[in-house]
Design a protein around this ligand. Sequence first.
Ligand code: SF4
Ligand code: SF4
Length: 380
Amino acid sequence: MDRHQVSLAGCHDYSRDSVREAVGRTLELLGGVGSIVAPGESVFLKANNVIAASPDTAVVTHPEVMRALVKEFQRITDRVIVGDCPGGPFTRAMLKRVYGKTGLAVVAEETTAELAMDTGVAEVSLPDGKMMKRFTLCKSMMEADHLVSVSKFKTHRYMNVTGPVKNLFGTVPGMTKFSFHSRFEDERDFADLVVDIHLACRPAFHIVDAVEVMQGEGARSGSKRKLGFIAAGRNAFALETLVLELAGLKLEDSRPLKAAIDRGVCPGEGGWFDVLGDDRQNLSIDDFQLPSRNFFSERTLALLTERLSRHFTARPRPLPDVCTGCGRCAEICPRKAITVKNGLAHVDLKSCIRCFCCEELCEYGAIRITTPFFVRTTGS
Ligand code: SF4
Ligand code: SF4
């Protein structure tokens, strides 16, 4: 494998000037935008806009990062497209709602970048795929001359963390995402699927927004935490390795990265890439919180026996005071384990596979993940 380079720039807030400086520097350190795209070529900047969430929740890629990137790419080409393929129905109405809430619509309007509204799909093949060899993915991302992934680093109960490697799972059209959760229940299989999709997309470049991130019980129920940097690179595995290191985490704390290492598409530990830019020591922390550490053993229990799972596993719990009864969670649940009665969501724990999509996709933050007292106190 060739030696890779990643770039790192401290960025302590989302003010326009700070972000522009940091994004510009990460790109410049790696040869500038002209080394990624040529005049007249199209580039799709894929944000993490998985849900209609405000940027200050630390759930989605911050719009100022997208704005700075659009400006950089527009120096070379006027064919810059911004967007994502959110969870839920892949419709123009859903895209409009998500882009409105995340601030991406305003960025597109103010920069004249094209806002991706195409709900078409395209077939993509990966002959060496481990879990699947053909995928149906978002057409506008696949048909752009260059796909640039602009991820948000944060915790994720299913994959532990989400960042540069998992961001391209967002190329899977809305509801298909949830069917994959049902089809690949074991988190190791799902992590391999994430790696397959990442490889199938053949991204040209990656940027990660790690200025303010979510820690703890992500993807929505955690707490906001400042990491204070933006990083970039052509290799997502190198970039994810760097982010984990700065957050004081181990490589295996990212299930997709662990899967990539196990199957040999990422070398793992060792100096196989250089870090250009700011000093890593000044941007490192050692107290980043992952989701409850007993989650994976709990989930294995859940797969072993339904009866045990009812007593020993984390479970989604709708909050009566917050739930609006909108029914969206019931719509996306891959096991149809949720029903809405009298304006409140109810979860059938016997059918629930603990994918936690409902927690991630509830726009009202009305689903909390709770862990039984016995499990919390024993750490089993
Ligand atoms: S839990 Fe959230 S998504 Fe589900 S019905 Fe309540 S408000 Fe809607
Ligand atoms: S109830 Fe929630 S966690 Fe359980 S299977 Fe449905 S979406 Fe997944």
